[in-house]
Design a protein around this ligand. Structure first.
Ligand code: HEC
Length: 118
């Protein structure tokens, strides 16, 4: 009786623990339904993309590389989360391969898509 009780308590404890780990992984992403954090994407864009792309409305100078602005990209009908992911994870002739992590790709995509309609 005593033993059984102990076992049960241990099972409950390990269940509770695994629940905590699961919750810990989910928070941060849970608030936004879509993966990626647009605010982080904005920062990454300023760092890595703004030398060629106009990435927000405070940026005065466009680059002369012929790169479309992020606003223009967001307006394109062909642009989806998936197409952005594919584009950003494959090397391109006129755009350097930036070796972005999956998380960075998600953040940048979230930022670009957040410009839709702006
Ligand atoms: C060295 C300049 C350069 C940098 C840096 C750069 N890009 Fe580009 N990007 C370009 C050019 C040029 C094009 C147009 C490609 C073409 O027309 O072939 C382009 C196209 C794109 C497109 C595709 C639009 C379409 O037609 O589908 C996306 C999305 C994009 N860039 C995102 C980014 C992001 C995000 C970053 C930063 C992580 C970035 N770029 C950094 C030059 C650059």
């Amino acid at each position: 009786m005593h033993l059984a009780n102990n076992n049960r308590r241990r099972r409950l404890l390990s269940l509770a623990l695994s629940g905590t780990v699961f919750l810990g992984m989910e928070t941060g992403r849970a608030a936004a339904q879509e993966p990626g954090d647009a605010a982080i994407g904005h920062m990454l864009g300023q760092k890595w993309c703004s030398s060629c792309h106009v990435i927000d409305s405070t940026q005065q100078m466009g680059a002369s590389t012929g790169a479309p602005s992020f606003f223009a990209i967001a307006r394109m009908k062909s642009i989806t989360r998936l197409s952005l992911r594919v584009f950003l994870q494959t090397p391109h002739q006129r755009m350097p391969d930036l070796h972005l992590t999956r998380g960075e790709v998600d953040d940048l995509s979230a930022y670009i898509l957040s410009l839709r309609g702006k």
